[in-house]
Design a protein around this ligand. Structure first.
Ligand code: NAP
Length: 275
């Protein structure tokens, strides 16, 4: 029997696509004309994601998958083959994170976060490779964070994992350029999602402190991260590969001495050095 004809519409797989930023990215890609696959562990997250994505009109395949498990990742890609017969975009968005001092971080906690973020990104990229090679405009976007190149005090596991993903982004960009597969990353600044409110910014004081460190003085919106992904996978970014696009209101640059000046007001000394 002849294999089924591939879908007419391009297909994007978003890991962790049932919640938070992954859901916003999936929604944006659906509106850009993609059919979707979303994958994460919890059926509840996936079902909620499918409901939210329904108004976009995109076909959405949702499959419970732990990206740490190679067999589950292979099953996911086999289902995408059966359902769509093609894959054009992979967004490695799934992650786990929790605040902990490095000396209190258990080997299991370390392995869990490295497993989801670094192993998961590699396992999915590796499985995607052969499928993406057949796409007219193939690309991968990895969701990282600025502590990949700064430091991640309080989240050593996630910072180390994201640093590995930035390195993998650049390496695969070079290795797979000959196959026309572009590999880029997006580094979001703080964007409030149910996940971050539960795991990271658990008090109003913490939220206030974070806001003070952002030059633009506000959290990002999920759609602003999705917009960057939409750009990177499109023809508008046809000569961009191995790049990390930061979308963070200037957060990683820090505010330096701006706190000293108050909200845009000049220093009380008028700027003269003390006599
Ligand atoms: P989130 O809603 O908690 O997203 C994490 C997603 O990963 C969930 O859908 C979760 O679904 C999935 N996941 C976790 N473990 C998994 C596993 N083993 N296998 C498959 N899927 C798994 O948080 P978010 O804020 O939207 O974060 C999305 C991405 O943005 C992450 O890569 C994060 O590091 C990055 N980021 C976020 C911010 C921010 O401020 N929000 C800032 C910088 C970077 P299940 O529980 O169903 O598995």
């Amino acid at each position: 029997m002849a294999p089924p004809r591939p879908s007419e519409r391009p297909v994007a797989l978003v890991t962790g696509g049932g919640t938070g930023l992954g859901l916003a990215i999936a929604g944006r890609l659906a509106r850009d004309g993609y059919d979707l696959a979303i994958a994460s562990r919890s059926a509840e997250h996936l079902e909620a994601g499918v409901r939210e994505l329904a108004p976009t009109g995109a076909r959405t395949l949702a499959l419970a998958t732990d990206v740490r498990d190679v067999a589950q990742v292979e099953r996911l890609f086999a289902r995408i083959d059966d359902e769509y017969g093609r894959l054009d975009v992979l967004v490695n968005n799934a992650a786990g994170n929790f605040p902990v001092r490095a000396e209190e971080l258990s080997p299991n906690g370390w392995r869990a976060v490295l497993g989801i973020v670094l192993d998961g990104t590699f396992f999915c990229s590796r499985a995607a490779f052969g499928r993406l090679r057949r796409s007219p405009n193939p690309s991968i976007v990895n969701i990282v964070a600025a502590y990949a190149w700064l430091a991640g005090p309080g989240t050593a596991h996630s910072a180390a994992a994201k640093a590995g993903v930035v390195s993998l982004t650049r390496t695969l960009a070079v290795e797979w350029a000959v196959h026309r597969i572009r590999v880029n990353a997006v580094s979001p600044g703080p964007v409030r999602t149910p996940g971050t409110d539960r795991q990271l910014w658990t008090s109003p004081e913490l939220v206030e402190r974070i806001l003070r460190g952002i030059p633009m003085g506000r959290f990002g919106r999920p759609e602003e991260i999705a917009e960057a992904v939409s750009f990177l996978v499109s023809d508008r970014a046809s000569y961009i590969t191995g790049e990390v696009l930061t979308v963070d209101g200037g957060q990683w640059l820090g505010r330096g001495l701006m706190e000293f000046f108050g909200e845009g007001s000049p220093p009380s000394s008028g700027g003269s050095p003390p006599s």
